[in-house]
Design a protein around this ligand. Structure first.
Ligand SMILES: [Zn+2]
Length: 302
């Protein structure tokens, strides 16, 4: 049973029913290897509800090489590979010192913010393969091992940990990574029942995360922006790294009281995730940071 929440926007500032400015918070959910055209075919009631309520495009064409390392680097740092320096799943060529992930950037700008990340592809969180992409100044960073445990198992561990953290702690900015759909497509192809089932599992994870947000004791006094995206698609037979539409087409979803309804804007792309997440928290991109992303999908913004 969800609480009814009433929001009122006065002079662009979201107020709660009590008239207090709502506490801005952001949750970024990254799902690896989800083709938007397949997403549209699979029963995904939780993601569908977010799409219906927010700003969504399933026709975003990524400018990063269609490999996890460069693509997640672009999503999380807000710059394309020529700046972050990663062009494969060996992250050791990275310029993350110059272009840190958005949670690290938030810690640099607003150290009082509570930042949280949970991932199960090890390079995202650990020194594996030249990582971590996500910096060590993030307040709580958890890495499960999808390679060892299997991604279906590790994703469930990640999401359970995120649900606990969102419910029991007070995160201002969070990132949750879900890896299994990519593995299912590699092993069985993008038309397989296994891939469809993996996307269905990811949808259930999204539902659990949204429920955790909405179940927070202080939810009525908060202004959550939820961003959901993927890093690349897959060929029909499974596999990616090339330049076909099946590999390059990704999706962008922004939902919450601050988000637009309908389209996030024609220019919405992967590098906008980091910039939009920070902007929601009041951290506008400094031109000196030379970020490639722009704010996409927020009301009152372009
Ligand atoms: Zn990937």
């Amino acid at each position: 049973m969800k609480r009814a929440v009433f929001f009122l926007v006065v002079s662009g500032v979201l107020l709660t029913a009590c008239g207090e400015p709502a506490a801005k918070k952001v949750l970024v959910i990254g799902i690896d290897g989800v083709r938007p055209d397949v997403l549209a075919q699979v029963s995904t009631p939780h993601i569908d509800a977010l799409i219906a309520a927010g700003a969504f495009s399933g026709a975003v064409v990524s400018e990063a090489r269609t490999v996890s390392g460069p693509s997640w680097s672009s999503i999380l740092t807000g710059v394309w590979p020529e700046k972050h320096g990663v062009n494969s799943n060996d992250l050791s060529s990275n310029n993350y010192d110059r272009y840190p992930d958005f949670l690290t950037r938030l810690e640099l700008e607003r150290p009082e913010l509570n930042t949280f990340a949970v991932v199960d592809w090890p390079p995202l969180g650990t020194e594996a393969s030249g990582g971590p992409l996500l910096g060590d100044t993030i307040d709580v960073k958890l890495t499960f091992d999808g390679e060892a445990a299997g991604y279906a198992t590790a994703d469930a561990q990640s999401v359970a940990a995120a649900v606990r953290y969102i419910g029991n702690q007070d995160p201002d900015a969070a990132f949750v990574y879900i890896g299994y759909p990519d593995v299912a497509a590699h092993e069985h192809g993008a038309a397989s029942s296994e891939y469809y089932a993996a996307i269905g599992m990811a949808d259930a994870h999204v539902g659990a995360l949204v429920e955790a947000v909405r179940g927070r004791a202080t939810y009525a006094a908060e202004d959550w922006l939820i961003l959901v995206t993927t890093d690349h698609g897959h060929l029909d037979e499974g596999g990616h790294g090339g330049v076909t539409p099946e590999e390059r087409t990704v999706f962008y979803l922004a939902v919450g009281p601050a988000a637009l309804s309908g389209s996030p804007g024609e220019s919405a792309n992967l590098v906008d995730i980091a910039v939009t997440a920070m902007a929601h928290l009041g951290v506008e991109a400094d031109p000196d940071w030379q970020l490639d992303g722009r704010v996409s999908g927020l009301a009152g913004r372009r």
